[in-house]
Design a protein around this ligand. Sequence first.
Ligand SMILES: O=c1[nH]c(=O)c2[nH]c(=O)[nH]c2[nH]1
Length: 309
Amino acid sequence: MAKQEVVEGFKFEQRHGKERVRVARVWKTRQGQHFIVEWRVGITLFSDCVNSYLSDDNTDIVATDTMKNTVYAKAKEGRDMLSAEDFAILLAKHFVSFYQKVTGAIVNIVENPWERVTVDGQPHEHGFKLGSEKHTTEAILQKSGSLQLTSGIEGLSVLKTTQSGFVNFIRDKYTALPDTRERMLATEVTALWRYSYESLYSLPQKPLYFTEKYQEVKKVLADTFFGPPNGGVYSPSVQNTLYLMAKATLNRFPDIAYVHLKMPNLHFLPVNISNQNGPIVKFEDDVYLPTDEPHGSIQASLSRLWSKL
Ligand SMILES: O=c1[nH]c(=O)c2[nH]c(=O)[nH]c2[nH]1
């Protein structure tokens, strides 16, 4: 997207923007129910402002302070509740259409997971608590209307206490890990998926479409990881489980063209302690030492063969 130029005999590429603009937006229904989103917005603009790098001429610069203000102005304008994707697209659209010099924009958003609380079995009108995993999105938009829309999940921590093993891997003189068909499986999933919409004009118009998709993808990923409530599903490796999660996502959502999953293997080490008189703690799949470093690092992406990506 960045235009490479030759300046003073050098190759040159530039972009500028504003990072970590935090905004919260509350919407209220007439019946007194409140909705809130909290977003951290990042903006990157590609614009013809080379002169500002080469000289004291700032006349082509969109000030990053203006970008920040635009986030609040657009949040204020939005009368109806928006998904993070819709807001990212709306901002990107503004920057590429409002400024003649801006040829492209990247807007990314991380949404803080405020969830409505339940009090005495009833959803609270205006009370929320912070959940754990975060909804992320990135809209890359060109002046032509060409779009790339990616969404994701950060920090989806999941664990199962059985139905996981790891056997028949390469054994050599450095291998100490025994085969096991019974272990804990814990990970913190980072997921990214790209929607197949490639222009502003092909986007679904249903309100909160992408918020709904986010919830559904999260459910497919978690359900595939855990398996059925009774009995679960056996995982022969993080690799296999990751692949099945990615495949389930592409199979279930026709408008997702690409998915990337990163799943660290967070080890729960068996605890065995003994002294000269014998065992103090003998491991029987019950007492573990939870660790997060070092951890295995497993990631893969899956996309459709027919996809243009
Ligand atoms: O599921 C696993 N995949 C690995 O690649 C690996 N490596 C390891 O030491 N334990 C595991 N577990």
